[in-house]
Write a protein that binds this ligand. Structure first.
Ligand code: USQ
Length: 383
């Protein structure tokens, strides 16, 4: 299969590219280094140095003999993206090319504006490049569980049937996100759904929870192939942050009461889910939605599990509740369905103490690179 990966330099894009290439798919990656640039601007660079995309592709080729096509280009530039789609003629596009940080999107006008324009603009350009040059291509869009928010009813897989005054119909499940970043993902969904029902595009929307992990079959071939691993308050996700805090001897930063429940997944399960979606494409005119996570827990549960894993390695870490910089419920009902990907064949890797211990051991050699000023939240949801 010819697979075009947009946002190929990212935490998920890079390991996805290597995983598809290792399975003999032809892979083209596109990235404009937006995340690297805004991570530098906000003093939030990744813990482990990562070579640029062309260098990573060369290292991967010398380790495996497999060539990746790399395009350093901005997907928000329609002429560039449309030329790439026309020339590569993909059978699947995996769309990660978005500003992915909720805190970044809440800094102020410039950052919110960049997030809105980039995320919506790129999604719109993909839709049009596919309509014009590859109408059979399957678009796999990374959405987020955060689009749903934390409603006080069960969360369905993307759709809900509603009975009203004796009549029934099926609608997108209500979405009410908690940051501007998450809201851009809601808007993406509406945009895609309009073009799916009007122009018969084939789309899969993967509503993903926070991802953790470093190690994948290909990343383990060479330290320089590891994904970008952020631990800062802006780009770091909570599990990765807690592990780095443990190694640095900093109390784990539970925001507020710590009852916030989310659905989490291992990086290797993201790779499986995206591959399952690509090898089982949607039909023309179908917007297929999966809730992409394997297990759910509260931030407090997570902190306790990390603390136990650290103890097993002889590291004692404290857990500390700090004022929540975000506006979110800190105790709430949370019951999202997530059976679709399991039915397609997903075999989950759960967050065991062994997984955490392995990750702690990978992070330990980088202890001296941890910048303690990047741990405490620097961005607050104002208002
Ligand atoms: N949290 C803490 N302490 C921390 C960091 C986070 O208690 O030091 C809490 C947050 O308040 C939140 C939960 O942990 O309740 C998850 O936060 P996160 O920073 O790991 O995840 P989030 O900002 O929601 O965003 C991440 C990715 C984003 C993806 C999303 C999936 O950055 O790209 O879309 O996870 S989800 O959360 O399901 O929307």
């Amino acid at each position: 299969m010819r697979v075009l990966i947009l946002g190929g330099d990212g935490y998920l894009g890079w390991p996805t590219a290597m995983a598809f290439a290792a399975k003999s798919h032809e892979v083209c990656l596109v990235d404009n280094y937006l995340r690297r640039r805004i991570a530098m601007e906000t003093e939030s660079e990744a813990l482990i140095p990562t070579p640029n995309l062309n260098e990573r592709a060369r290292i991967f080729e010398s380790a495996t003999g497999i060539r990746l096509h790399v395009e350093i280009a901005d997907c928000a530039d329609y002429a560039l993206l449309s030329r790439i789609v026309r020339d590569f003629d993909p059978e699947a596009i995996i769309h990660y090319a978005e500003q992915p940080s909720a805190p970044y999107s809440m800094i102020g006008f410039q950052e919110a504006n960049l997030t809105l324009r980039n995320n919506l603009g790129v999604t719109f350009n993909i839709i049009w490049a596919v309509l014009e040059h590859a109408p059979q291509c399957h678009i796999i869009k990374l959405g987020t569980m955060g689009e749903y928010g934390t409603p006080n009813i069960d969360i369905e897989e993307g759709w809900i049937e509603i009975e009203h005054h004796g009549r029934k119909d099926k609608f997108l499940y209500p979405r009410q996100a908690g940051s501007l970043y998450h809201t851009t993902k809601v808007l993406d969904t509406d945009l895609l759904w309009f073009y799916v029902r009007t122009y018969r595009l084939r789309v899969t929307d993967l509503m993903q929870g926070p991802v953790y992990g470093l190690s994948t079959a290909q990343a383990d071939l060479d330290e320089r192939l590891l994904p970008n691993f952020h631990y800062d308050d802006i780009f770091g996700t909570v599990v990765n942050r807690f592990l780095v805090q443990t190694v640095a001897g900093i109390p784990l930063t539970v925001y507020g009461r710590g009852g916030q429940t989310r659905g989490y997944l291992n990086l290797n399960d993201t790779l499986q889910c995206v591959e399952l979606a690509a090898t089982h494409p949607s039909e023309p005119g179908q917007l297929r939605i999966f809730n992409q996570f394997t297990e759910q827990f509260t931030v407090n549960d997570l902190a306790d599990t990390v603390k136990r894993a650290a103890h097993g390695l002889g590291i004692e870490v404290a857990v500390e509740s700090i004022p929540n910089p975000r506006k979110e419920l800190e105790e709430h009902y949370y019951n999202p369905r997530h059976s679709g990907l399991i039915e397609l064949g997903l075999q989950p890797h759960y967050l065991t103490e062994k997984v955490l211990t392995d990750m702690l051991q990978r992070v330990l050699p980088y202890r001296d690179r941890i910048d303690r000023k990047r741990i405490m939240p620097r961005v607050r949801w104002a208002g």
